[in-house]
Design a protein around this ligand. Structure first.
Ligand code: NI
Length: 135
């Protein structure tokens, strides 16, 4: 039986959406307020869902304490109260859109899971705007 185990998490981060190789005018026309040079913040909500077979001995797909610790180390410690553009190496040359943040989070968490487990990441940038990435 394949079952999905999910864990919610939260982090606050600042970012700016722009390309260094574009003019201010072009960045403003594409990214609007998100190109504010002084950055702006979001309250990100993450749902990480791990799907796999139930272990017959433990009854777990994976121990949710393990998933909680992976999210703490890979996402909360790395992103919470950080400026994504300036403080997080993954975004040094990658625009920190909610799409790209979800892909980076997926890669970081997936690298810590057994290879027989599937991972889906849902990331909310606002209560109404969210993306889904499954690799
Ligand atoms: Ni933004």
């Amino acid at each position: 039986m394949r079952v999905t185990v999910s864990r919610k998490a939260h982090f606050n981060s600042a970012h700016r959406l722009y390309r260094k190789d574009w003019s201010m005018e072009k960045n403003n026309s594409v990214f609007g307020k998100c190109n504010n040079p002084n950055y702006h913040g979001h309250n990100y909500e993450l749902i990480a869902s791990v799907t796999g077979e139930i272990d017959v001995e433990t009854g777990f797909v994976l121990d949710v304490k393990i998933l909680k610790n992976i999210i703490k180390e890979e996402v909360e410690d790395a992103f919470d109260h950080k400026n994504l553009n300036l403080d997080v190496p993954e975004f040094e040359n990658l625009n920190p859109t909610v799409e790209n943040i979800a892909v980076v989070i997926h890669k970081k968490i997936k690298s810590r899971l057994a290879s027989n487990l599937d991972l889906e990441v849902v990331l909310y940038e606002t209560p109404r705007n969210f993306v889904t990435y499954s690799g």
